[in-house]
Design a protein around this ligand. Structure first.
Ligand SMILES: NC(=O)c1ccc[n+]([C@@H]2O[C@H](COP(=O)([O-])OP(=O)(O)OC[C@H]3O[C@@H](n4cnc5c(N)ncnc54)[C@H](OP(=O)(O)O)[C@@H]3O)[C@@H](O)[C@H]2O)c1
Length: 322
């Protein structure tokens, strides 16, 4: 009996020590640990940062912050007029900007040749695979328009893979480079009613982690950026809160914490914002996955119902007006 008690005591001490070490790592990552310096990837030395989906939200802020850090910026996004505006803003930081207008959801081989030519013409130190779309509101899989589902896969998955293929040659040759892939908490916990989006971000996670290990011997860093909500057009949130920051402070943390996990249980993953790191810590370390999925099922199912009700009310109002 005494032996059993002693054994249980040691197991208990081990478990507490384990969780204490995780909390200490989280606090150290978020508050103290500095990320890899961007100079390592050519900041201020003539290198370029290529950013997809860069005329709004996180991508726009990343383009501007990378410019402030001394990168020339290759802007790749859909709308030529918006690209011109962001290119002007980038140049105000005293660096060069080039813009490539391409609709990644309908990119032809000619478009990809154009993109490849632009990438080959410069020294790409950083690639930020940021472009991505999600649902208008949570839905059953069969309720998503086939074109919207295709666009989600094209933007969230295929564009990331193609862009990565296009820069790896020169990065390997130089034995230097940073690739940041925009992931989501929809890949931290599977998200019912956002199944296609969640699936694409699951791809982003495993692609990034596999690639990170594959290219580490070439001195190339691949970072799976796991983001909870940030104010943007996609998140439909404008007002920042403790949990949902504005793109500017969020992206500042992203670029200051390259290579820092932020307490994440996933290798090659960065959760660089305090409130996001806390949510991830609880979801990953303390809550069984099935419980988390059931929670998401209830939450997102509720949001779906509310969105449908709102849509119905709008339709009724429009019918009354007509
Ligand atoms: N915001 C969040 O809460 C959140 C959370 C988790 C993950 N993320 C991820 O972060 C990334 C950026 O999200 P965001 O919230 O910043 O998005 P956003 O504000 O909606 O901005 C999307 C950007 O992508 C461009 N874009 C959209 N469709 C395109 C297309 N077919 N071809 C080329 N460019 C296109 C948009 O250009 P136009 O202006 O021309 O439309 C815009 O510049 C995504 O990968 C997303 O999954 C975001």
């Amino acid at each position: 009996m005494a032996v059993l008690q002693t054994a249980l005591m040691y197991v208990g001490i081990g478990v507490v020590a384990y969780y204490m070490s995780l909390v200490i790592t989280l606090v150290y990552d978020v508050f103290l640990r500095a990320g890899t310096k961007l100079e390592k990837f050519g900041a201020g030395q003539g290198a370029w940062a290529a950013v997809t989906g860069c005329t709004d939200g996180l991508g726009r802020e990343a383009a501007l912050e990378l410019a402030r850090k001394g990168f020339n910026v290759l802007l790749l996004s859909r709308s030529a007029d918006k690209l011109d505006v962001v290119a002007g803003e980038v140049r105000q930081a005293g660096v060069e900007a080039r813009a490539v207008a391409v609709d990644f959801a309908a990119a032809t081989e000619e478009d990809w040749t154009r993109v490849a030519r632009e990438l080959d013409a410069v020294r790409v130190g950083v690639l930020m695979n940021n472009v991505g779309v999600s649902y208008d509101h949570p839905m059953h899989v069969e309720e998503v328009e086939p074109q919207a589902a295709d666009a989600m896969v094209d933007l969230n998955v295929r564009t990331m893979v193609r862009m990565t293929q296009l820069v790896l040659g020169q990065m390997k040759e130089r034995r230097s480079g940073l690739i940041i892939n925009s992931g989501s908490f929809a890949a931290l916990v599977p998200s019912p009613f956002l199944s296609i989006y969640s699936g694409t971000k699951g791809f982003v996670k495993y692609f990034s982690q596999s690639l990170a290990a594959e290219v580490a011997p070439f001195n190339i860093v691949v970072e799976h950026l796991q983001t909870y909500f940030v104010c943007s057009r996609m998140s439909k949130t404008r007002k920042p809160t403790f949990l949902i920051p504005l793109p500017k402070p969020y992206i500042r943390n992203v670029l200051a914490k390259i290579g820092v996990e932020g307490g994440s249980a996933e290798p090659y993953t960065s959760i660089p914002y305090l409130s996001h790191a806390l949510i991830a810590f609880v979801s990953e370390r303390l809550v069984p996955k099935q419980v988390a999925i059931s929670y998401n099922h209830g939450l997102l199912g509720g949001l779906r119902k509310r969105a449908l009700k709102k849509k119905q009310q709008q339709q009724q109002q429009e019918a009354t007006k007509a």
